[in-house]
Design a protein around this ligand. Structure first.
Ligand code: NDP
Length: 678
């Protein structure tokens, strides 16, 4: 027997000895040569479970979100230096260099993206606040808010063969930031590429012990160990998703299950986008790209190509002509646009799916079984010819139900917007749809109606085409997933992707308690005045450190001067009669920005000190109008203190509350500053 792929479990590499019955053989997709065997025989799954729980959770959750973000950034850089090695391995999975970029550089890119989300959108602590404070009582002594904490469990990722790097990293990034140790189970056919990346992740020495384990081969015994705090994140076929969704740990023990499964995505040509328009060409190029990239083995590939009845022939001709120009062959060759599918088995599955669709009523415009057999004979690998099927009856079930997971699409025509909407929804839930149109009226009507059936929609036209990332690319900041048949799960989506692996808890408490628990000062909690808080470094500053300013009276001259000086001569500040006629004002009132400026003058500490810069205001609202003769006072309170891991300063958010002589609220906002650590 050839080499058996190792697994990384409980902090060590494990290679099954002998010739386990369970071993599966993996071939090079380009020439059919045996590469290695894959088996998880002999793995102590109880030890995997124990290692993740006793070491992984504690080591990972010792770190703050920012510290985890910093590690991800370093890890991304470490892996990027080794990307060339992954491309070499990737060729053996049938992947061209262009396809490899999506998987390898794209996957590493998600680590950078999640590093940014952790460091910019989360606090430098282990508790993330979700939404604002809810006042729950008349006197404000009982308040509530939601917090997110790391679940005390592990996540098992089960990945599809088509994106061995991206599929693992796009899940790992959010899970790592969420503080969840990960057990990775790659698809057998491409496990060697995932394994090479995981080996480097471990070799980097950047990850805390227990943060990642790798199971090459069957992962079934792991499920016996999963319970309430754990998660399974799956990508693959609907059949496997159904099986996993019914596992005892999911059904009876509350393990969270996220699925991203088969999806009959569509691209639709708008009625306005006939031959000769830029949109027509964009549409044809988009369909061809999604058929050839990764040989169509993409969860987001365009399986259903919708065109207005009157443009069907033109689209068919253009598609067939463009596909004929795509180089087919060894993915190592620069000219190759379409490589083989991952394995002979996958090839059989794709050809069977094509047969099923054609026997249900579609016919082959180009490609198909015979052309594929010819290719495979000539090239000697798992090749499938790019295949366009045409369904004369747009409602043939097979084109909406059968996912031919290869370079295959079905051309389907529609006769009205209403029919287009119903056809798109006939996929019973998809990851992505694209509509190619320059008609905003059509796009609005169509998109609003199909959005409930889709996780993502691309609206492509001449204006965004050049910078568009295309139909098939999930992006770290936008959600990836779809309802219904697409699995019902959600991945990525920036911060959303992290919070999936955390627990949201509503905390009800006094303002002081909520301040302590949430790590952010809450109105009504204790304030400490004394030393001007702007004279304190981050090391000395505490939540609740505050300044209560002197009073300042606003005169009519101040208002007139401000109007002249800034050019803001809006009538409410300059014309007594007109202002009095406005239902919101008693007469001439002070500018909101005058109030904010006076407040700054009241709270400032003018000497050089630890406050380095004011970088903005947030949530500014003006509440009670200020008339000439009113007096203002501001209270500034340290609300949130966020030291930065890699800088000599951090961010301090100050609660600013401006009141008038009657103690009525005039303005509320947060002042954002950068403050030196020492
Ligand atoms: P599978 O659902 O068979 O496999 C996906 C992953 O699940 C693999 O890691 C596989 O491991 C694992 N797996 C399979 N069965 C089990 C099980 N009983 N318990 C635990 N893990 C399991 O999909 P394939 O990758 O084989 O692809 C089959 C078809 O699925 C494709 O032809 C395509 O139609 C569809 N597909 C759709 C995707 C999408 O995102 N829309 C992505 C990939 C596939 P192993 O490889 O070891 O069997």
């Amino acid at each position: 027997m050839t080499e058996i792929l190792s697994s990384y479990v409980a902090g060590d590499w494990h290679t099954p000895g002998g010739s386990p019955d369970s071993a599966r053989v993996v071939h090079d997709a380009t020439n059919g040569q045996v590469l290695h065997h894959v088996s998880s025989a002999g793995i102590d799954f109880a030890a995997v479970n124990e290692h993740a729980r006793s070491t992984g959770i504690s080591e990972l959750q010792k770190l703050t979100f920012h510290q985890r973000g910093v590690i991800l950034k370093k890890l991304g850089a470490y892996l990027m230096e080794r990307a060339k090695d992954y491309h070499e391995i990737s060729f053996s999975t049938g992947t061209t260099k262009r396809d490899g970029f999506v998987d390898i550089e794209g996957g590493i890119g998600t680590l950078f993206a999640y590093s940014g989300v952790a460091r910019r959108q989360m606090p430098n602590s282990t508790v993330h606040l979700d939404g604002g404070v809810e006042r729950l009582s008349k006197n404000g002594t009982f308040v509530g808010r939601h917090i997110l904490t790391s679940r005390q469990g592990l996540a098992v990722q089960i990945n599809a063969f088509n994106f061995p790097v991206w599929g693992m990293l796009e899940k790992f990034g959010p899970m790592f930031v969420a503080g969840i140790p990960v057990v990775v189970k790659p698809a057998t056919d491409t496990a060697h590429l995932t394994s090479a990346v995981v080996a480097d992740m471990i070799e980097s020495g950047l990850l805390p012990a227990g943060a990642i384990q790798l199971i090459s081969g069957d992962v079934t015994p792991m499920f016996d160990h999963l319970a309430e705090q754990d998660a399974i994140a799956f990508t693959g076929s609907a059949a496997t998703a159904k099986h996993l969704g019914g596992l005892e740990c999911v059904r009876d023990r509350g393990t969270r299950f996220f699925a991203e499964a088969d999806s009959l995505n569509f691209s639709l040509l708008g009625p306005d986008a006939g031959p000769g328009t830029e949109e027509f060409d964009l549409f044809v190029s988009g369909v061809v790209a999604e058929m050839t990239v990764k040989a169509g083995q993409k969860c987001t590939a365009i399986r259903r190509t919708f065109v207005p009845e009157e443009h069907r022939e033109a689209v068919a001709e253009a598609l067939v002509a463009k596909l004929a120009t795509q180089g087919v062959g060894d993915p190592r060759e620069k000219s190759t646009r379409l490589g083989p599918v991952v394995s002979d088995k996958q090839r059989d599955d794709v050809l069977d799916a094509i047969d099923e669709i054609t026997s249900a009523g579609a016919h082959v415009l180009t490609g198909g079984r015979e052309a594929s057999d010819e290719l495979a004979k000539n090239l000697g690998g798992a090749y499938v010819a790019a295949t366009v099927l045409q369904a004369d009856d747009p409602w043939v079930d097979a084109v909406h139900d059968i996912e031919a997971f290869g370079p295959v699409t079905s051309l389907i025509s529609y006769s009205s917007t209403e029919e287009a909407v119903r056809l798109a929804a006939r996929g019973r839930g998809s990851l992505v749809g694209s509509v190619v149109t320059h008609d905003a009226g059509f796009a609005t009507e169509f998109v609003r109606q199909v959005a409930p059936w889709h996780g993502r929609i691309l609206v492509l036209d001449r204006d965004d085409a050049e910078e568009s990332t295309g139909h098939g690319s999930p992006l770290p900041t936008l959600i990836h997933g779809g309802p219904g048949r697409a699995g019902g799960g959600e991945e990525l989506g920036g911060l959303r992707g992290i919070t999936h692996f955390m627990q949201r808890t509503a905390i009800q408490a006094s303002p002081d308690m909520l301040t302590a628990i949430g790590g952010e000062w809450v109105a009504g909690a204790e304030r400490r005045t004394g030393q001007h808080p702007f004279t304190k470094t981050l090391a000395d500053l505490r939540l609740g450190d505050a300044l209560e300013s002197e009073w300042r009276t606003v005169s009519l001259e101040d208002i007139s001067h401000f109007a002249e000086f800034t050019g803001d001569t809006f009538y409410a500040h300059t014309d007594e009669e007109a202002a009095a006629a406005n239902p919101f004002f008693p007469g001439r009132v002070a500018h909101g920005y005058l109030i904010v400026s006076f407040a700054a003058g009241l709270f400032v500490q003018p000497d050089p000190g630890p406050v380095l810069a004011n970088y903005g205001l947030e949530g500014l609202t003006f509440i009670t109008p200020v008339s000439p003769g009113d007096s203002l006072k501001v209270t500034l309170t340290a609300k949130c203190i966020t030291p930065r891991e890699t800088d000599e300063y951090g961010e301090v958010r100050w609660d600013a509350a401006v009141v008038n002589q009657n103690d009525e609220p005039v303005a509320n906002y947060d002042v954002l500053t950068l403050v030196a650590k020492e």
